[in-house]
Write a protein that binds this ligand. Structure first.
Ligand code: GRF
Length: 192
């Protein structure tokens, strides 16, 4: 399955997907909307073509997404994995890849959607937060949940410690979910 990763941060989840063994995907494109993001170096290291978009230079979100769709179609992309892509996916992109865009979010959704979910949970003083992998819909972190895993917050933890604990779970859970999801999809296709 040809896939694209969308990431604009350090790319530790991108790296975890690239290093996971036996995933039924070939990541053929990295889409990044932050020139200079750490994930770009990682893409180069793994030999993945990177497309750096600056959404601000387009007249509308739709124009930006139409260009993205053309590029994704040109590369034969069937699935999209978001991993730290800080932009809301609009109706154009959603429509073109309906049911085939998933995201990882560092909280137990529906708790703490949006930006800085780890900081939000830490400030709220919860004793359990976690990681969610979900399908993308038109909302912010509201799409159907595929998998969740809780992560404990211990008394005296720093926010950094919580973040590291969450990242460890992310790097294991995301490849695991992708493997399972695409196995099921391939199976469905074979029965057609
Ligand atoms: C992850 O925490 C992910 O859950 C969130 O953005 C972060 C990306 O981190 N959506 P990285 O760039 O993969 O290290």
């Amino acid at each position: 399955v040809r896939a694209a990763a969308f990431a604009s941060g350090t790319g530790s989840n991108f790296q975890a997907i690239m290093e996971a063994e036996g995933l039924p995907i070939e990541v053929v494109l990295l889409v990044c909307d932050k020139p200079g993001a750490g994930v770009l170096e990682k893409a180069e290291r793994f030999g993945v073509n990177a497309s750096v978009f600056e959404p601000k230079s387009y007249e509308s979100k739709s124009a930006y997404e139409q260009e993205l769709i053309a590029e994704l179609n040109g590369a034969g992309v069937e699935w999209i994995f978001l991993a730290g892509y800080m932009r809301i996916v609009g109706p154009d992109l959603l429509g073109a890849f309906e049911g085939r865009i998933i995201n990882i979010h560092p909280s137990l959704l529906p708790a703490f959607p949006g930006k800085d979910a780890i900081g939000q949970a830490y400030q709220a003083g919860v004793d359990t937060t976690g990681v969610t992998v979900h399908f993308i819909d038109e909302g912010i972190d509201t799409g159907p949940i595929i998998a969740q895993e809780p992560v404990a917050v211990f008394p005296g933890d720093t926010e950094q410690q919580v973040k590291e604990r969450i990242q460890q779970v992310e790097h294991r859970l995301y490849p695991q979910v992708i493997r399972q999801l695409l196995k099921e999809t391939t199976y469905e296709d074979k029965t057609k």
